[in-house]
Write a protein that binds this ligand. Sequence first.
Ligand SMILES: [Zn+2]
Ligand SMILES: [Zn+2]
Length: 168
Amino acid sequence: MKTSRLPIAIQQAVMRSLRENLARANLKLDRHYPEPKLVYQQRGTAAGTAWLDSYEIRLNPVLLLENQRAFIDEVVPHELAHLLVWKHFGRVAPHGKEWRWMMESVLGVPARRTHQFELESVRSNTFPYRCKCQQHQLTVRRHNRVMRGEVTYRCIKCGEPLIAETSL
Ligand SMILES: [Zn+2]
Ligand SMILES: [Zn+2]
């Protein structure tokens, strides 16, 4: 989905959440941390990601459209907290005590690590597979190649072949 197809009102609400949370943090921390870049390019099943080196937050436009409240209340502060923790403490564990402190004591948001969203719409074009260590999402094209017996994909972490979830 192109950013241009995201209603402008949603983009404005997200930006407002980012700015409010940043202002709250700067006030409490007595700093002037800059505003991160906000892009709507996150794909797959992740709600958002924080990129330290480019100091940007990537949000999933498909999930945002369906979960506007959760993005404004939780996903935006969650990703912003990652960037602020990095500015404030340097490189530390992604969801460690510094991040929890930034979420709860500074931003006043419950420090949950994941978001419970209906993932149907972002998963509709992929098929769930499993190895020994995790779930994988294969594209329709890859799934069809597996079904035709042309190829076996392996997990790069554990080296085990990926098995379609439906056949487990
Ligand atoms: Zn996180
Ligand atoms: Zn694996």
